[in-house]
Design a protein around this ligand. Structure first.
Ligand SMILES: [Zn+2]
Length: 544
């Protein structure tokens, strides 16, 4: 067929008009009923709390894969399937065979009782681990010269066990505070200096938000580490022979002959003032651990982009599918995890539906990954970040969704990680289009930036963002901040995070829309998202 120039011109014109009308078309809407339906299924008792490695989790994974398939996504797991299987080592402390003793010269050894004065961690590298070493108090256990803070500056910890206070100084900016609060950072800092163990005590702030007794009650939840391709448990440093959390009373015993009391150092730590000194005490720890091997899987689906150049780049959406399982002997044993994280998976599936319904596909491809093992320490996302099913360098951003607290009509959002990359401004625009304002994080002590799956990608230098519900409600009779704190204290990680609580699904729909708009913008933008110039995390992980 041959067109005369005039006809061609009018066809070009028509094409342009069609493209323009597609661009101006009403963007797809998220349905509150769909958010509710996904959560209803995922939080059903039949899922048995979706713990990593259980049948309940596998049923939930099959649900997600089936929904992705129905939407017309392509499978994007391992070997052309929907799943990315992961091998895990589970570790359970044999408490009756393990012991933790404090020794001081000239005095009888004092035994701390497991779950009463000490929570002894299972040892992932050795089924039987022994250590007998002096203890050094190392403040927060943080070496951050760039922030003028080094707890190890005048300390020799070679061959010793270090005792650290949880968290990081409040004087640090929120996300730096989060970074340095991480247990892995503290373990690395100690091991690098020759320490043979890291034990900790909660700061006053952390004790208030999660008392030691409550942490002790949760230790029946099986610990897991993924096995890397050499069969080694990830993130385990075999040089560290003991890991434990001490109660305030337990830790105070170590300070009996120290220049300051535990109360004094905890008070000072609240003000950001850290001390470090050797304690005139030693610890003998004996840990016996029973290992198991289990498999769980990430679920991955792909919407192929339309631009020949950019379709090999990927906007990644993540949300964790696992939760805590079924434990205890009460009438209700099931940790349904309706908000944690039925809400995030519901958003992920609704966002996938919105992308699939677009008349014109976005330029870049969009990858949706429901990850396992988050409650075991972001294991599924760490695995995906280490062994992605698409080239890692082609992942332009991670948009993570975890535990959207829709207890009331939500008026604002908090963008975890937003200030570090160009994603922050895009998120603010996307949120405004769905009627949300943006607020700063009102609870920096929760160190949320490192506490969900976006952080696994940040550590690989990938710009990442995680939008949370903010402290404001459009119903001005509601104090959102108070409701949120109360929920964290009484319902979070209990069997009551189920469908009996108040859930404002309309807010959940607007949340999904916001994340959809953000991802669409990133997928169509000419340039990839960038770390901000000289950004702390960009420099640390992004190679800037
Ligand atoms: Zn959780």
């Amino acid at each position: 067929m041959h067109y005369t120039p005039d006809v061609r011109k009018s066809i070009l014109c028509l094409g342009f008009l069609l493209a323009a009308s597609a661009a101006n078309a009403e963007p797809p809407k998220a349905a509150a009923s769909a958010i509710a339906a996904h959560i209803k299924f995922l939080a059903d008792d039949a899922m048995e709390g979706r713990e990593t490695g259980t049948r309940g989790y596998d049923v939930a994974a099959a649900y997600v894969a089936a929904k992705m398939m129905a939407l017309g996504l392509e499978p994007a797991g391992a070997e052309g399937g929907w799943y990315q299987p992961i091998q895990f080592r589970s570790a359970q402390l044999a408490a009756e065979k393990s012991s933790f003793l404090i020794r001081m010269a000239g005095a009888d050894a004092v035994k701390l009782e497991h779950r009463k004065d000490v929570i002894l961690r299972p040892h992932f590298a050795d089924a039987i681990a022994d250590v007998n070493a002096p203890v050094v108090f190392a403040g927060f256990g943080i070496s951050a010269p760039e922030l003028q803070h080094d707890d190890y500056a005048s300390l020799d910890v070679n061959g010793k066990i270090v005792l650290v206070i949880s968290g990081a100084p409040k004087t640090f900016a929120n996300d730096q505070r989060a970074l340095y609060s991480a247990g892995e950072m503290k373990e690395q800092a100690a091991a690098k200096r020759g320490a043979v163990g890291v034990i900790s005590v909660k700061s006053i702030t952390d004790e208030q938000r999660m008392p030691f007794e409550r942490t002790a009650r949760q230790t029946n939840i099986t610990a897991m580490r993924y096995l890397d391709r050499d069969g080694k448990p990830d993130g385990v440093d075999p040089r560290l022979r003991v890991g434990a959390l001490l109660s305030r009373d337990g830790a105070a015993k170590l300070f009996a002959r120290a220049p300051m009391t535990l109360d004094q150092v905890l008070d000072d730590a609240e003000k950001g003032v850290a001390h470090s000194f050797p304690l005139q005490a030693a610890i003998s720890a004996h840990t016996e651990t029973t290992y198991g091997e289990t498999t769980s899987k990430n679920v991955a689906g792909l919407l192929r982009g339309s631009d020949p150049q950019r379709r090999d780049e990927y906007v990644l959406y993540t949300a964790h599918l696992d939760h805590l399982g079924a434990h205890g002997s009460g009438a209700d044993r099931i940790y349904n995890g309706a908000l944690d994280n039925g809400s995030g998976i519901a958003s992920l599936l609704e966002i996938a539906r919105m992308f699939a319904s677009l008349e014109e596909r976005p330029a870049r491809s969009v990858l949706f990954v429901a990850v396992t093992g988050e409650e075991k320490g972001e294991q599924g996302s760490l695995y995906f970040a280490e062994y992605p099913t698409v080239p890692r360098s082609a992942i332009v951003a991670d948009i993570n969704m975890d535990m959207f607290q829709m207890h009331y009509p939500v008026a604002d959002l908090v963008a975890l990680g937003g200030e570090h990359t160009t994603l922050g401004d895009l998120a603010t625009k996307a949120a405004a289009a769905s009627g949300f304002t943006m607020s700063p994080d009102p609870q920096p002590e929760e160190v949320r930036f490192i506490r969900s799956d976006q952080y696994s990608f940040v550590k690989k230098g990938i710009p990442a963002i995680h939008l949370k519900a903010g402290p404001k409600s459009s119903d001005t009779s509601i104090d959102g901040e108070k409701v949120s704190r109360e929920w964290l204290r009484t319902i979070y990680h209990t069997v009551r995070d189920d469908l009996a609580q108040t859930i404002d699904y309309a807010s959940g729909a607007r949340y999904a829309e916001t994340n959809f708009r953000l991802g669409l913008e990133v997928a169509n933008a000419p340039a990839r998202p960038q770390w901000k110039e000289n950004d702390f995390f960009g420099v640390m992980f992004g190679g800037r």
